[in-house]
Design a protein around this ligand. Structure first.
Ligand code: ADP
Length: 477
């Protein structure tokens, strides 16, 4: 049994749950301890006890610990990427890439730990000085989803720790193994007992207990819009700081003057890699009239050539859907799309492979209207909807006509349209001639409207969430 990490000790729980490989459901990776509310409370107590020494301790030591975590993640990226691909189902190269990125994030925040700065100003009152300093929140709870089981815990934990907070991580039920590996690495890198705690278990029990615990000063959540709303309300009810990263229905606009091959690659990558299970996935492809038919034909041909299969096999482009529940959701949306009058041009079929996995071929809908449910609701699977528009103005209007606002992309050769799109897109991230998914680890990540709440994650901006400012006045006498 893989235990919890609470107060520097590996602790078992009364119950366990198996971690199952979505590429081969007969492959059980390990049994993971399932915490209950009392273990969540123990983890918060341990993090509270560790806070004073960690927040006031040497920032040099803090930086060295984060750097050591980063080095081990990078050095072990091939192995950890394999574990990631095995438990989550993204392909091996994607898994290795994510593990490497998790390491890079820790290295970035190793530097940030030394750069937490404030301001010193003169007061408007003679003889008085004013300083503005950043202080950590205290104990922060990190609640993470299954789709980036290493990178998301890493980018939350590295930033939280760099700013001097202590951490309780509650990973997604489906992907506890990467979080466990991260906890083990942080512990061995020399984090003092209680500075980083791991409690795996059901969100409705463990996650809810963390969110409601008065000793938790901030909650950083990534997951579904429904759960995010619940987490947000619980935090606001008790005045805890909260950061929510939720869904997306990200548009990729393709204009007549786009480089066709580039646009097709952006769509394939953005909509279908990681099996479409990214909050930044391009699930709406908004295409102007003159390029529409060529784009759709080329994209469908590319999709038919993609190999769907076991995530660890060479030559596989698209791994399985993460579990049966998500597969059922994907297939239900495919039915909804057909009922709504959209035309399923290719894919959407269950794929049979030598192993028992949740394999679905990439589905492309055409003749989609932006008011259809498949164009409005996040599916979180390998399903994309092509929406035909007349011109740039209509493309921009359709792109922005969504409750969400995480990422928005455009493929065009026109500087004028690219610039206008960058300025007018109602999204936290804009991509020009690039897929909507795939972001750098050192710059802010987050969205507008229903996609995000609270300050951005990653990069220098992460400190906006993980610290609070104190304004101090002093009169020298
Ligand atoms: P998904 O539907 O993709 O699993 P969720 O939003 O349900 O997305 O899950 C994201 C994270 O939130 C997971 O770690 C999950 O365990 C956790 N979670 C689920 N329900 C709650 C809740 N009521 N309170 C706090 N965390 C929760």
């Amino acid at each position: 049994m893989k235990p919890q990490l609470i107060g520097g000790e590996w602790v078992t729980s009364p119950t366990t749950a198996p971690n199952i490989n979505p590429s081969d459901t007969t492959d059980v990776i390990a049994e993971f301890a399932q915490a209950d509310a009392s273990q969540a409370s123990d983890a918060v107590a341990a993090a509270s006890d560790a806070f004073a020494a960690w927040s006031r301790g040497s920032i040099q030591r803090r930086s060295e610990i984060l750097d050591a975590v980063g080095s081990e993640l990078v050095a072990r990226a091939p192995e950890l990427g394999r574990l990631l691909a095995r438990e989550e189902g993204k392909t091996l190269p994607e898994g290795v890439g994510e593990a490497t990125r998790a390491g890079q994030v820790f290295k970035f925040f190793a530097g940030e730990a030394l750069r937490i700065s404030g301001e010193s100003q003169r007061s408007v009152r003679p003889g008085v000085d004013v300083s503005v300093t950043r202080e950590p929140l205290g104990v922060v709870a990190l609640i993470t989803p299954w789709n980036f089981p290493l990178a998301i815990p890493a980018w939350k934990a590295a930033a939280a720790l760099a700013c001097g907070n202590t951490v309780v991580l509650k990973p997604a039920e489906l992907t506890p193994a990467c979080a466990w590996a991260l906890a083990d690495i942080i512990q061995r890198a020399g984090a003092p007992a209680g500075v980083f705690n791991l409690v795996s278990g059901p969100g409705s029990v463990v996650g809810a207990a963390l969110v409601e615990d008065a000793r938790v000063g901030g909650v950083s959540f990534t997951g579904s819009t429904t759960t995010g709303a619940r987490v947000g309300q619980a935090c606001m009810a008790r005045n805890a700081r909260v950061q929510l990263e939720m869904g997306g229905k990200n548009p990729l606009v393709v204009l007549d003057d786009a480089d066709l091959d580039l646009a097709v690659e952006c769509a394939v990558n953005g909509a279908f890699y990681s099996t479409g299970q990214r909050c930044t996935a391009s699930s709406r492809l908004i295409v102007t009239e003159a390029i529409h038919d060529r784009f759709v034909a080329a994209l469908a041909e590319r999709l038919r050539a993609l190999v769907v299969g076991h995530a660890l096999e060479d030559g596989v482009h698209i791994g399985p859907v993460v579990d049966q529940r998500q597969l059922d959701i994907d297939r239900a949306y495919i039915e909804i799309g057909e009922r709504e009058g959209a035309r399923l041009l290719t894919g959407g079929d269950l794929v049979s492979r030598p192993t028992a996995g949740h394999f679905l071929s990439p589905a492309l809908f055409v003749d989609v209207d932006n008011s259809m449910r498949i164009a409005r609701e996040e599916i979180f699977g390998p399903v994309a909807a092509v929406i035909r528009v007349r011109n740039f103005d209509e493309a921009l209007a359709v792109a922005n006509d969504t409750p969400y606002g995480l990422s928005a992309g455009i493929c065009t050769g026109s500087l004028k349209h690219a610039t206008a799109f960058r300025q007018e897109a109602r999204a936290g991230m804009v991509m020009v001639n690039l897929p909507t998914a795939g972001v750098d680890p050192h710059v802010p990540f987050g969205g507008q409207k229903a996609s995000s709440y609270g300050p951005r994650e990653q990069g220098r901006y992460a400190a906006e969430f993980y610290t609070t400012v104190k304004t101090a006045y002093a009169f020298a006498g």
